[in-house]
Design a protein around this ligand. Structure first.
Ligand code: HPA
Ligand code: ZN
Length: 325
């Protein structure tokens, strides 16, 4: 009943994709050659063979080391533009894409280099009928001071960045650690979201800090919220968005978390389906929808609800929203 054609054709918003996680093995190899960088592998097959992770930490090791091939503004442009072409194939009309400044700054790449490459690709995506926006993520395993420094660097590029997020290793890195940079970002008019990764230690505490103290507007992953009934009811009531990523969950935990995702949808929570790091987790947004449809009892209405929720909880203007809903 649920066909690939239907899922691919359905208009969608992508709210949880890391641009650095869209680096396909082919482009990684090509950029490594162009920039004379030794990545330790010489063929696509060798690169793919390193993609076996069983936890967030083991994934992140592969993900950060892969970025070393990104050197020039045009490398960042190419990465983002190749992703936007995939977005078009998936009928993604609107994308709010994450990027990780500190992962590049730490390698000696200037802020201007990646922001200008990414932003130029966002502008050129308009020609593909893809509306593309950027969310700058702080790495939660680095200091709050470092995050605040990134926020200062971003001031010259304020109009190129829609929001701020928080990603990387959640263990021992609670939202409250970042209250200063997030408070400052909110004061500067940035929209806000944070990762609440699946099956973390102190998951509910982290979600409470993010929602009740920092007041973020969305949660990335966040499906562990089901452990707390009152919190679940509350996010349903305030229409807070949760961005679930089934293929990512499967790699990190051996489960798509489809039961949790469908339970949240049934309870009226504004949960939607996204791709996280598609080049590393085996598929783009439509593949994530189809993985759920293949493994769980999903109706066409459920699929449409996920897509509607993605537009509803996106940060497009109310006027723009009316076009899609
Ligand atoms: N969680 C945390 N950090 C990340 C992720 C994720 O799913 N993807 C890229 N960085
Ligand atoms: Zn993510």
């Amino acid at each position: 009943k649920i066909t690939p054609n239907f899922v691919y054709g359905l208009p969608k918003a992508e709210l949880h994709v890391h641009l650095e996680g869209t680096l396909e093995p082919e482009l990684k190899l090509a950029l490594a050659k162009k920039n004379h960088i030794n990545i330790g592998q010489e063929t696509i097959e060798d690169i793919k063979a390193t993609y076996n992770y069983d936890s967030l930490a083991s994934f992140l090791d592969v993900y950060y080391s892969g970025m070393s091939v990104l050197q020039t503004e045009s490398d960042f442009y190419t990465l983002a533009m190749e992703y936007f072409k995939r977005a078009k194939e998936n009928n993604i009309r609107h994308v709010e894409a994450f990027f990780d400044p500190q992962a590049h700054l730490a390698r000696g790449i200037n802020f201007d280099t990646f922001i200008n490459g990414y932003y130029r690709a966002c502008q050129d995506a308009k020609a593909l009928n893809v509306d593309a926006q950027l969310i700058m993520c702080f790495l939660r395993d680095m200091s709050a001071q470092s995050a605040s420094e990134v926020l200062v660097m971003a001031q010259n590029h304020r109009e190129k960045i829609l929001g701020v997020g928080l990603d990387s290793d959640e263990h021992h890195n609670p939202p409250l650690k970042f209250i200063c940079p997030f408070t400052n970002a909110i004061a500067q008019g940035y929209r806000t979201t944070m990762h609440a990764d699946i099956d973390q230690v102190d998951s509910i505490d982290h979600i409470k800090q993010a929602l009740e103290i920092i007041n973020v507007e969305r949660l990335d992953h966040g499906t562990n919220i089901l452990e707390d009934k009152d919190l679940t009811n509350w996010v349903q009531k305030i229409h807070l968005g949760l961005t679930a990523c089934p293929l990512s969950n499967k790699f990190i935990s051996d489960e798509f978390k489809g039961n949790e995702i469908l339970e949240l949808l049934d309870q009226g929570v504004k949960i939607s389906i996204h791709s996280d790091d598609p080049a590393y987790f085996g598929g783009y947004i439509s593949d994530n929808y189809l993985a759920l449809a293949d493994n769980y009892d999903l109706s066409v209405e459920d699929i449409v609800d996920f897509a509607k929720n993605s537009f509803e909880t996106s940060w497009i203007s109310p006027v723009q929203k009316e076009m899609y809903l």
